[in-house]
Every structure is written in structure tokens, then in C-alpha cells.
Write a protein that binds this ligand. Structure first.
Ligand code: CA
Length: 229
């Protein structure tokens, strides 16, 4: 039996229905009616997934999410009863992975849980993502990449392309992979478009470090960021 899924929800009818739906799919589920109870159990049980009601009796689900996020990247799905809460759920600062609006079908929720777990399993099996290499810092909110402390003036595709490389220093990407990750409709573009953008990115980096090229070309294949970029 895998690690449990926490259901933090003060409405018993909802948490019972959810726990039933999860267990019938082979998951182990634990229900908590307060944020405090869930927090107390969290470090002991290290659940695989947390389903979190926003309106809890002792603290808001947002508050609980923030506290869990201090130490954990466990997937979190919010349950919300009010449309106005959705905007906050969608705000990235909370680090929630998904949400459902009440009333919802427990079966659909279980399907979402499975999809998110599948996605995070893929991320775990890949090499650990690095949001920042030593030389590069990406600000997702302002869409600015700084290189050795200096902000780069990048086009949208340059930003996306460089972000892919910077997240996994040393990881070699084929041109095709880079297209898939950085372009909205890769089928519309040619692989040599990647080369063109890499060239312009390099020129911008060279303006900062004339003697050092942090991007490595893998001939006939693609590119990577130097591990010691
Ligand atoms: Ca509630």
C-alpha cells in the first residue's frame, strides 16, 4: 500500500465520499477535519497527495498550503465552494496543483488525482530540476532571465528556449525536444529555427562574458547548458 492521500475537509459527507472513491481505486486515504490535525499528521505520514478544502474551521486552506509548502512539494488539490476563491487558487504564489469547485463528482476528482500523480512521478524520475544554475536566474513572473547578475533582453522564444536549458544544466536536448518545449505549435516551425534563436541568445550572453559560452552545441543533435555555466 502506497503512502496515504490526505483529505482535509470539515464537511463529513464530502470527505467520506472522497475517501470511499479513493479507496475503491486502491488508494489509502486519511481524513482530517481541521488544518491543525492535518499539519500534525503531515510530517509523520508524508502523504503522496493532499486534497485541501479552502474553508476549514481553524485556518484557511490557503494558509495550510503555505505551511505545507515550507517543507514539501507534495501535490495539492484545492476544493473550493466559491467562485471568488478560484482566482486565488490560480495565483501561482500558493503552489496548488489543481482545484475543483463544489459540488463535484468524486470520480472525477479521483481521475484528477491520478493524472497529477502520474505527472509528478514523471518529474521525479527525471533528473532533479534546477530552477537556477549558478550563473542564471529565471524570474517566471517578470519573464526576465539574468545572467551573472545582468538582465538579458530576450524575445519570447529566446526566453523559453533558454529557460529550458537553464533548468537542467548538463542535460542535452535535441532540437526537436527544444521545439516541443519552447514553441506553442512546434509543427509550424523548422528545427533550424532553434539554431537561429540559440545564435541570438549566444550573442546576448557574449556581450556579458565575451570569453565564455555557457551553451554547448552537440553536433547533429542539439544543445545543453554547461553544468558549470
Ligand atoms: Ca469547509
Amino acid at each position: 500500500m502506497g503512502k496515504p492521500i490526505f483529505i482535509v475537509e470539515d464537511e463529513r459527507s464530502i470527505s467520506d465520499a472522497l475517501a470511499y472513491a479513493l479507496r475503491s481505486e486502491g488508494f489509502s486515504a486519511q481524513c482530517f477535519e481541521t488544518g491543525a490535525a492535518a499539519l500534525a499528521a503531515f510530517s509523520k505520514e508524508s502523504p503522496d497527495f493532499v486534497i485541501l478544502d479552502i474553508g476549514l474551521p481553524d485556518m484557511s486552506g490557503f494558509e495550510l498550503c503555505k505551511r505545507l509548502r515550507l517543507t514539501s512539494s507534495v501535490p495539492i488539490l484545492f476544493l473550493t465552494a466559491r467562485a471568488e476563491e478560484i482566482d486565488r487558487v490560480l495565483g501561482f504564489e500558493l503552489g496548488g496543483d489543481d482545484y475543483m469547485t463544489k459540488p463535484f463528482s468524486p470520480r472525477e476528482l479521483v481521475a484528477r488525482v491520478k493524472a497529477i500523480l502520474r505527472r509528478s512521478a514523471q518529474e521525479v524520475s527525471a533528473p532533479a530540476p534546477t530552477s537556477v544554475s549558478r550563473a542564471f536566474v529565471i524570474n517566471e513572473e517578470t519573464l526576465v532571465v539574468t545572467y551573472r547578475g545582468k538582465p538579458l533582453d530576450l524575445s519570447r522564444y529566446e526566453f523559453r528556449l533558454l529557460s529550458v536549458l537553464v533548468r537542467r544544466p548538463g542535460r542535452v536536448y535535441s532540437r526537436e525536444e527544444l521545439m516541443d518545449r519552447a514553441w506553442e505549435s512546434p509543427e509550424m516551425s523548422l528545427e533550424r529555427t532553434v539554431d537561429t534563436h540559440i545564435k541570438t541568445i549566444r550573442a546576448k550572453l557574449r556581450a556579458i562574458t565575451p570569453d565564455h559560452d555557457p551553451i554547448v552545441t552537440h553536433r547533429g543533435f542539439g544543445y545543453s547548458l554547461r553544468e558549470d555555466a
